[in-house]
Design a protein around this ligand. Structure first.
Ligand SMILES: C[S@@+](CC[C@H](N)C(=O)[O-])C[C@H]1O[C@@H](n2cnc3c(N)ncnc32)[C@H](O)[C@@H]1O
Length: 238
C-alpha cells in the first residue's frame, strides 16, 4: 500500500484517493479507501465485526479484510454485491456479503463492533431503476423516514459503547442547499446516539467538477466540494 498516514484533525483531504489492492474509483459515488482505513484504525481492533449496509463496490470490505477484521457487507442491489465479491475474492478472512435492506437488517442485537457506511445522497445518483427499498429512488420525505429506520437499525445491532461512522454530503436542488448532512446527523442524534466527531472531507476527482464549476460561475452559487463523516457512539449521556 502506498504512502498512508493517519489523520489527526477534523479536516480530511485526499488528492490521491488510493488504489492499492483491488480498490478502483469506478463505482458511482464510491469512497476513498483512505477514509475507511482511517476510521477502521481509529475505532476497531483485529477480529472486530464491521458492518457496511450500503456496501456499493466493497471499499469497506476490502479494507476490513486487509486489516484482519470481519466484514458484514449488505447492499440492496445484487450488482453491487457481484462487484464487491469479485474485489474481495482473493482476500482471506471472515466475510459475509449479502443482498439486504439497511432499513431492516437480518443481524442480531448488539453483535457489531463498528459501522462504517455511506448511504445515497438522496437521488443525486440513482443506484437502480426500480429496486424496492433503494433509497436513491425516494422523495425527500420518504428518504428521511428511511434514514430514521436505518439509524434505529444501527443502534440495535451495535454493541454498547461502539461507534458508527456515516459518510454523507449535502445536495443542491433548484439553487438551494438541502442540508442532508446535518439532517441525517440530527436523525441519528434523535435515535439516541452521541456525537464523537464531525469530520469535513474535501472532495476531489469528481468527474463532473469542471462542468459544474462553469454552471456555478454563471448562476452565482458555490460548488459543494465537501462531505461529512459523522462518528456516533452508542452510549448514555455522561
Ligand atoms: C454511495 S453508494 C456506496 C458506495 C461505497 N461506499 C463504495 O465505495 O463503493 C450507496 C449504495 O447504497 C445502496 N443502497 C441503496 N438503498 C439501500 C438500502 N435500502 N439498503 C442497502 N443498500 C442500499 C446502493 O445500491 C449503493 O450501492
Amino acid at each position: 500500500m502506498d504512502n498512508f498516514s493517519q489523520e489527526l484533525t477534523s479536516i480530511w483531504s485526499f488528492r490521491d484517493r488510493g488504489d492499492w489492492n483491488n480498490h478502483k474509483g469506478d463505482y458511482p459515488g464510491n469512497c476513498s479507501p483512505r477514509v475507511i482505513r482511517n476510521l477502521l484504525l481509529k475505532y476497531t481492533k483485529e477480529n472486530d465485526t464491521v458492518l457496511d449496509q450500503f456496501l456499493g463496490s466493497g471499499t469497506t470490505a476490502i479494507e476490513v479484510l486487509l486489516l484482519n477484521r470481519k466484514i458484514i457487507g449488505i447492499d440492496i442491489n445484487k450488482k453491487a454485491l457481484d462487484i464487491s465479491n469479485c474485489r474481495i475474492k482473493d482476500l482471506n478472512g471472515n466475510k459475509i456479503l449479502k443482498v439486504g435492506n439497511a432499513e431492516k437488517l437480518e443481524i442480531s442485537n448488539e453483535t457489531v463492533n463498528f459501522i462504517c457506511t455511506h448511504p445515497p445522497y438522496l437521488d443525486i445518483i440513482k443506484y437502480s431503476k426500480d429496486i424496492e427499498g433503494d433509497l436513491s429512488l425516494l422523495n425527500k420525505v420518504d428518504f428521511y423516514t428511511a434514514i430514521k429506520n436505518v439509524a434505529n437499525e444501527c443502534y440495535r445491532v451495535l454493541k454498547f459503547k461502539s461507534k458508527c461512522a456515516i459518510i454523507i454530503g449535502d445536495v443542491r436542488k433548484k439553487g438551494y442547499i438541502e442540508p442532508l448532512g446535518f439532517n441525517v446527523m440530527n436523525i441519528f442524534l434523535s435515535t439516541g446516539f452521541l456525537l464523537k466527531e464531525i469530520i469535513i472531507k474535501e472532495q476531489h476527482n469528481c468527474k463532473s467538477t469542471d462542468k459544474w464549476k462553469e454552471i456555478a460561475k454563471q448562476k452565482n452559487f458555490l460548488l459543494i466540494q465537501h462531505e461529512y463523516i459523522f462518528v456516533f457512539e452508542k452510549n448514555y449521556f455522561k
